[in-house]
Design a protein around this ligand. Structure first.
Ligand code: URP
Ligand code: ZN
Ligand code: ZN
Ligand code: ZN
Length: 470
């Protein structure tokens, strides 16, 4: 099968130029002016950008959490992702202490099998390090192609690991070529502050934010960075929400430590005041780390622009307002944490970032796709438009205008955290390995066509780990 996309403007992390793109058997076969080929189909992309498909490095699909299970699974979640211009997701595989890691990976394969409409990989949670875990890790890297491990520094008595576990994970990751990811908040201090709030009768959603102040994120981020420096390893801090954490990442990078940071759309456009919405609506805005005071947004945008933060994840973790978020009425600790963003990450970031002049269009591509592919062992198969890469392509109309709403989104959840927000720029068609998943804004894919991705070891691309963009 051959397809030719004509007249579009190819945009990568470094370049922008008009060219035709020839796709053969799912791979980009040629890029050039006025390509003349006998093809099965010609697609006219006049006036559109051709972006490499977005890579979402942070999703929680079909995940049990907070007494509930996330409402989007690998089918609804990846369909929504595709509508939004994302062609790869890397989902967090949870593990249980004392259970072989392989079993958890098997569970995640069962969740995703026959469901995903785009390609996907897994990160693996590490909650304890013992002989069994140390024996399994090299095999998992080699056989399962899982080359990133997640350690939670928060959620005491649920997911939280201690510093010894984090340090040993960092050492193991260095030895075998993996990237350690951290949820950086001080879970012990949060636990104290939460108990105190509840004893004082403070149960509203806003207390979720007030019991997880920026200092606890800054402290844990700094601790993870220091331990990474000590281990001479590599760490990726997920969902950075505030100046206190950005400062710690910047400081560590200045010292030459291999520390990277991801932020999420919610922290760039929403703020702590949303948790005070009446009628328990604040529960829709409960994330960990929490939304921050508005002034932090500018710090995050600047950090993305100057390379102190490198990627954007969605932290897709959807719970319905009715029946799920509502579990926390009268006790904010029972509100399932997280929100639905997988669909809007890409275009919201384009609109707020490129359209509003905060970042360049090349930075946009780097932050939502290329850098993620490099860090997580997918480049150059994914993350760019180049000869030999998978034809994961977004045909994007930069002038389209739309209003985000739960009425029109495709996520399996009853609200949007960005309800009513007007954005400019929209994916018109989306191809995964050369096949349309979205065509003229309609889903035309098929559950089960998404492939599981075995990823390369950390550092396999020499350029993968370069620290500063441009
Ligand atoms: O509130 C959040 N972020 N929920 C998802 C789980 C996590 O901590 O990433
Ligand atoms: Zn987290
Ligand atoms: Zn407690
Ligand atoms: Zn998360």
């Amino acid at each position: 099968m051959k397809k030719l996309i004509k007249n579009g403007t190819v945009v990568t992390a470094t370049d922008q130029y008009e060219a035709d793109v020839l796709i053969e058997d799912g791979i980009i076969a040629a890029i050039g002016r006025n390509l003349k080929e006998n093809v099965d189909e010609i697609i006219d992309a006049k006036g559109a950008y051709l972006f490499p498909g977005g890579i979402d490095p942070h999703t929680h699909l079909d995940m049990p959490f907070g007494g509930s299970v996330t409402s989007d699974d690998f089918e609804t979640g990846t369909i929504a992702a595709a509508y939004g211009g994302t062609t790869t997701v890397i989902d967090f595989c949870l593990t249980d202490k004392g259970v072989p890691l392989k079993n958890s990976i098997q569970t995640w394969h069962e969740k995703s099998k026959d469901k995903a409409v785009i390609d996907y990989g897994f990160h693996l949670m590490i909650s304890e390090v013992n002989e069994n875990v140390l024996n399994e890790i090299p095999k998992i890297i080699e056989e399962d192609g899982i080359t990133s491990f997640k350690v939670f520094m928060a959620y005491k008595n649920v997911f939280q690991a201690d510093d010894g576990t984090l340090f040993r994970t960092l050492l193991t990751a260095k030895e075998h070529g993996a990237l350690v990811m951290v949820h950086a908040e001080n879970g012990d201090v949060i636990d104290y502050l939460v108990d105190k709030a509840l004893k004082e009768g403070n149960t509203d959603p806003i207390y979720h934010a007030l019991t997880r102040p920026p200092e606890v994120e800054g402290e844990a981020t700094g601790r993870a960075a220091q331990l990474t420096g000590l281990a001479d390893s590599q760490v990726y801090v997920v969902h950075v929400s505030c100046a206190a954490a950005v400062e710690k990442i910047a400081e560590a990078r200045q010292k030459g430590y291999q520390v990277w940071g991801e932020t999420c759309p919610q922290y760039l456009v929403l703020d702590q005041s949303y948790l005070e919405k009446p009628n328990f609506e604040g529960a829709k805005y409960v994330w960990s780390p929490p939304l921050r005071e508005k002034w932090n947004q500018e710090v995050l945008w600047n950090a993305l622009k100057n390379g102190q933060l490198q990627t954007l994840g969605s932290d897709q973790c959807s719970f319905n307002f009715n029946g799920q978020k509502e579990l926390g009425r009268g006790d904010f600790t029972k509100i399932p944490n997280g929100g639905p963003i997988i669909e809007d990450r890409f275009s919201l970031f384009y609109s707020e970032g490129v359209e509003k002049g905060r970042i360049s269009i090349n930075q946009f591509v780097d932050i939502v796709s290329t850098r993620i592919a490099k860090l997580f062992g997918l480049f150059p198969q994914k993350g760019t438009i180049a000869v030999g890469s998978d034809a994961d392509i977004v045909i994007f109309d930069p002038n389209a205008e739309r209003t985000i709403s739960a009425e029109t989104h495709h996520m399996n959840v009853d609200y949007s955290a960005f309800e009513g927000m007007k954005i400019t720029g929209e994916p018109i068609s989306v191809l995964s390995r050369g096949e349309f998943v979205i065509r003229e804004k309609q889903f035309v894919g098929k559950p089960g066509t998404g492939k599981y991705l075995k990823r390369k070891r950390f550092g396999s691309n020499t350029k993968a780990t370069e620290k500063v963009f441009q």
